[in-house]
Each structure stands twice: as C-alpha cells, then as structure tokens.
Design a protein around this ligand. Structure first.
Ligand code: ADP
Ligand code: MG
Length: 501
C-alpha cells in the first residue's frame, strides 16, 4: 500500500428493496492505493453497496465521505466526476459501436472542434490506452466482434480513460479464461502502482489472496469484518463468509468402495491426449486435477463421445469389464454415463424452460400413463427431486434462467439423480458458485455416490478435490502424471506433479 490515507469511507449504509434488507448499516473503508476485496455469498449485498457508492442506488440511511468530505452522488456520472468508476458484473458496452466509440461514449467533446469529432486524435489516444493494457486491438473494431475478455478490458480502458482514482471491478474474472485472468491481474497491479484504489469483488478466494491487500466480508447484507489478506487464512475467511467451519464445507461421507467398473486404457487423440489410462471403482469419487489446458476436459469429452478418439491411437474403454465404443453423447448415456459440462449456460440448462422441465426432461417417458403424460406424477417427482437437492426457487414453473448459478447447478444434479447413470462426470461443477451453494453441491455429490453412482470430478480447485475425492489423478500435458490416495495426498505433491517437478 502506498499510504495509509483513507480515501473513502462509507458509514452505516442501509438499503432496502421490496421484501429484502439488502444492506443493513454496512460500513466500508478504502485506503488510497490498496486493492480491497469485497466478498460474500450471492445476494450478500456486494453489488448493491458499490451501486450505492456510485449513485446508481440511493441509500436509505448512512453517509459517504470522499477524502474526508461528505458527498452525495445523484448518479454514476456524478460519481465519475469525482473519479469513481465501476465496471459492472454485466458487460455494459454498445455492441454495434467501435472500441474507441465505446470508450469515449458521452465524452466526445474531448476531441470535438467546431462540432466535428477529430477521429484521428481519438483513435491515437485510444491506441495508447489499449497499448498500456497490452491489448492488440484496432480502436475501430466493432465491439460485438471481440471476445468477452477483450470487452472486459475495454471497460477497464474506459475506467482508466476517465482518470478514475477509485475503480470498482464487480466479479471481473468470472467470464475469463486463465490466461486472460493473468492479464487482468497484471493490470490491477499496474493500476495499483500508479496510485489507483481498487475494489475487487470476487468469489475466487485464492485469487483474493493473490492480488488483494485487504478484504471486507459481507453476509446477508451485514458487515462481518475487514482483514489484511496477509493475516487471514482460507479457513478463517470461509468461516467469515458462511458463518460455519471449513470442515463442514467439504462433508465427506464414508462409503464402501467396490470393484472397478470403468477402465480407460491408452486414450490418445493425436492432439492433446497422450496415452491416458485410469480406472474408476463403484462408489468412488475420482478427483481429476491439473493446470488449465492440461487436457482434463478433453479426456472427459472423449469418454463421453463428444470428441472422438482417433481410431489408430484411440485406446479402449471397458465398462463393467466389457469393451464399449462410444461414438456420441446419447450413446454414452445409453451405456450408463452422465456428464455435467463445464459450460452450464450453453450445454447444461434450457434457460427458458421451467425448473420442473429441466429436471424431468430426460425422463418424461416414465411419467406416461396409458400413453399420456401424467403431469401430476411429473410434478410430484420433480418437486421431490428439487426438494432433495435444496433447490431454492419461487415455483417449479419459473424459468431456470432466473435462478442463481448455484441453484441451476443443483437442478442439473437433481436431473442426473433421476436418471441414475452408473458413472457421472462432473466438469467444474462449482465454478463461479458462491461458497454456501458450493457446500450444498458437495453434499449432493455425496448423495449421488450413496445412490450407487460413481463420480469423476474434474476441478481446478485444489481444496475441493482434496476435500471430497477418494483418489486424485493429476493431469499434465495430456497424460496422467500422478495418482494419489486423498488420505495421504498433500497440496505440495499435487502442485509438483502438475508442474512436473
Ligand atoms: N434492483 C434490485 N431490486 C430488488 N432487489 C434487489 C435489487 N438489487 C439487488 N437486490 C437484492 O438485494 C440483495 C443483495 O443483492 P446484491 O447486492 O446483488 O448481492 P451480491 O452482489 O452480493 O450478490 C439480494 O437479495 C438481491 O436480490
Ligand atoms: Mg453481485
């Protein structure tokens, strides 16, 4: 931190929405030049607190002091004049305008002489700005044609161009891939070194330890505390977020592990995968861990028949001791596999369909009576499954797209519990999900195993893999680099295997 000077002080902020006290006397302080994490479960009030700061919402009570003086911002433009800028959770760019136009939107007068915009000057300035962010992007590119990561960087460029002294980033990394996240971290560091104060809202606790100086925790609209990141450990942090201990976060049920039911032998795809072999036992949770790009998802896609193994180098898959040649996902399902993909939004849910249909869809035939669909049975069983999985929805008929990520994932698991595959592959089942729902999903994975389903759990999160698997495979460069019994595996071993040291 550059100095200990307080730049911002929010005091006893309260904000009520119909039916919910979103903020209840929350206080929040920023020191000049720090990166300050703001964390808490979904709905704990993080976005609302920051929207209250920039004048998008107006607090019912409380005060805001900027550099010691009380301020009241009528709207975000007003906040921007005081050099506070927020990058929202949702991308807020105009897709049909160019990168440069988006960055300078509403501030064109800066380049306007005699009523004409000096585009050359604008583009030059934009170019410099993008260069600063190490972005190789033409200022005239239309925004809708660039990647989500670049859109996010354009938003950051806009914040920088306003010469913001305080930049709020609301879950900036949730839509980014590992490489892009690295770029963002570098930018955050650069901004910090130039004296900018940053509020960093995130679900990823490891990331907070990496780049933040201090962390403030909210729970249910209440202020829980502020800590130095160097002085708090993961366990303590989780405790503050959820209000209970980490050991309760990864509840592992002891289940008897049976015979080998799946043998994967020598799978190669001529690209990423190179002679991948492993097996899976009945009732087992097999963790599959590795660095980004190690080939974990590719292995699962090949087994599930989404990608085809090359015929020559393909390898074999034995299910219950019998060879199977899986050539499509529907074939995989028929022989007893299930898969929850990493990309929930595009391949996991039918966003416009109801919660009920999302659960029962694949099993409609079993609700048929005399050739007719029994809506009553469907509703009964669907409601039961949702209840079992603690899905929080107002009604079974509401579109699943309106639920939180954690609840959507619970619906998907409820669907698979109905279908009861022998083997369920879960690819990053808790990515981007808040800590409380994560814990529930871990419990539900335990329930699936109890029902006799064996699980392959692909995850980037080491605590998750160590917390709930029985055995762990470490994947490196398309191969199984190491295998550990979770009881004796350590974090250091996993990391060493992943890096090949
Ligand atoms: N514009 C709004 N209208 C009504 N309720 C809202 C609105 N914005 C947020 N809320 C509610 O306020 C609470 C806090 O939400 P939010 O600040 O978005 O949480 P977070 O960002 O921590 O996930 C939630 O219960 C949410 O449903
Ligand atoms: Mg939010």
């Amino acid at each position: 931190m550059n100095s200990e000077k307080l730049i911002l002080c929010m005091k006893d902020i309260s904000k009520r929405f119909p039916g919910v006290q979103a903020l209840d006397k929350v206080s929040f302080e920023l020191k000049q030049g720090e990166v300050h994490a703001l964390i808490g479960e979904n709905g704990s009030g993080k976005s609302t607190l920051m929207k209250t700061l920039i004048g998008l919402y107006h607090a019912d009570a409380g005060q805001i002091f900027l550099k010691g003086e009380e301020v009241f911002f009528r709207n975000p433009a007003d906040a921007l004049k005081h050099r506070i800028s927020m990058i929202h959770q949702e991308i807020c760019l105009v897709p049909t305008l160019s990168v440069a136009e988006n960055i300078w939107l509403g501030r064109e007068e800066k380049f306007t002489q005699g009523g004409i915009i000096n585009k050359k000057q604008r583009d030059k300035l934009t170019q410099n700005l993008l260069h600063e962010l190490n972005m190789d992007l033409d200022p005239n590119t239309i925004v809708k044609s660039i990647s989500v990561a670049n859109m996010q960087l354009v938003e950051i460029a806009r914040a920088i161009s306003c010469e913001a002294e305080i930049i709020i980033m609301d879950e900036p990394t949730s839509a980014l891939a590992e490489k892009e996240i690295e770029v963002l971290y570098k930018i955050v560091n650069k901004l910090k070194n130039s004296g900018v104060t940053i509020v960093f809202i995130s679900h990823k606790l490891e990331e907070i330890f990496n780049i933040c100086d201090r962390v403030t925790i909210l729970r249910d609209g209440k202020y829980i505390g502020t800590k130095l990141c160097s002085e708090i450990d993961l366990e303590h942090l989780v405790h503050m977020i959820v209000g209970y201990e980490l050991s309760e976060l990864f509840p592992k049920e002891q289940i008897e592990i049976g015979d080998v039911i799946l043998e994967v032998k020598g799978i190669s795809d001529g690209k990423v995968l190179n002679d991948v072999s492993f097996n899976l036992r009945k009732g087992e949770i097999l963790g599959v861990w590795g660095l980004m790009g190690a080939g974990r998802t590719e292995i699962m896609r090949t087994i599930f028949g989404i990608d085809k193994a090359k015929s020559k180098t393909g390898g074999t898959i034995l299910l219950h001791g019998k060879r199977v040649r899986i050539n499509s996902p529907s074939h995989a399902i028929k022989v007893g596999f299930g898969m929850v993909t990493e990309d929930r939004l595009h391949t996991g849910i039918f966003a416009n369909m109801s919660v009920l249909k999302n659960i029962t869809l694949c099993k409609l035939s079993s609700f048929m009576k005399f050739g007719l669909l029994s809506k009553k049975i469907e509703m009964e069983q669907g409601t039961n499954a949702a209840k079992n999985y603690n899905v929080k929805a107002g009604s079974m008929n509401q579109p699943i797209g309106s639920l939180s990520g954690g609840n959507q994932q619970k619906v998907i698991l409820a669907r698979w519990l109905m279908l009861k595959p022998d083997i369920l592959i879960l690819d990053e089942p808790t990515r981007g999900i808040d800590v409380g729902s994560k814990s529930e999903i871990h419990k539900q994975i335990g329930q699936l195993v109890k029902e006799g389903i064996s699980i392959i759990l692909v995850s980037s999160e080491m605590p998750e893999v160590l917390g709930i698997s029985d055995r762990i495979l470490v994947i490196r460069e398309g191969r199984v680099a190491a295998e550990y019994d979770t009881k004796i595996a350590t974090k250091e071993q996993l990391i060493k295997s992943a890096f090949g040291v």
